[in-house]
Design a protein around this ligand. Structure first.
Ligand SMILES: [Zn+2]
Length: 81
């Protein structure tokens, strides 16, 4: 698990890491060539993404969808973002 946190297997720009009871959940955004932003989160069983118009929309989506999926989650020292 430590390796997964230190070196996620893709190079998208990491925005957040939450250590959940299912393991680490990563959130990342990256800009497409056409100017749209992709928000993606993955970890465990999850691999979801959304196309957004701005980086703010993308990061808001990551934050909101995380809290919908893990409403009981309280960030601890190993979380980021
Ligand atoms: Zn957290």
């Amino acid at each position: 698990m430590q390796n997964a946190i230190a070196a996620p297997h893709n190079r998208r720009r990491l925005r957040s890491i939450h250590i959940t009871e299912d393991g680490p959940l990563f959130g990342a955004t990256h800009k497409r060539a056409d100017g749209k932003w992709i928000a993606r989160h993955w970890g465990g069983q999850l691999d979801g993404r959304r196309i957004c118009d701005s980086v703010k929309e993308a990061t808001d989506y990551l934050t909101e969808s995380f809290h919908q999926m893990f409403p009981e989650h309280v960030c601890a020292g190993r979380c980021r973002g």
